[in-house]
Design a protein around this ligand. Structure first.
Ligand SMILES: [Cu+2]
Length: 130
């Protein structure tokens, strides 16, 4: 029985490994989606940044019409961001979150949560503000 489950697990792992941001290894969780992220400017600044997410299903198809929420946290300091990013659906499986307000230099963790129909997914992107 374990043998039949294993290929599915490997496929999920491979899908998660595709997503990255700034070359940092992103922490992956089990998800119905594959997330990719870019941040503008790059490298990010202290202040207001914009992140764009590309959302795909596990077959690699763009996921349109999803609901996303984006939560920047600074775990080492135990605080979040003073502003909640507003997410705009750009179409074609692209979503823009702004402002991603990173108010200090250092390591941030930006968690994006997505849902579409019965599908759910979540991913954390580590972001270093130099
Ligand atoms: Cu801080």
């Amino acid at each position: 029985m374990l043998g039949s489950l294993r290929p599915t697990w490997l496929a999920l792992t491979a899908a998660s490994a595709l997503a990255s941001c700034g070359g940092d290894p992103a922490v992956s969780t089990k998800s119905d989606f594959v997330f990719e992220a870019t941040i503008d400017p790059s490298p990010p600044i202290v202040g207001q940044n914009t992140m764009t997410f590309a959302l795909k299903d596990l077959a690699g198809n763009p996921v349109v019409g999803a609901a996303l929420s984006v939560d920047p946290e600074m775990p080492q300091h135990g605080h979040g961001s003073p502003e909640v990013p507003v997410v705009q659906d750009l179409g074609g499986g692209q979503y823009k979150a702004s402002p991603v307000s990173l108010i200090m230099v250092g390591r941030w963790e930006v968690t994006v949560t997505a849902s579409q129909g019965a599908l759910r997914g979540k991913k954390m992107f580590p972001i270093d503000v130099p």
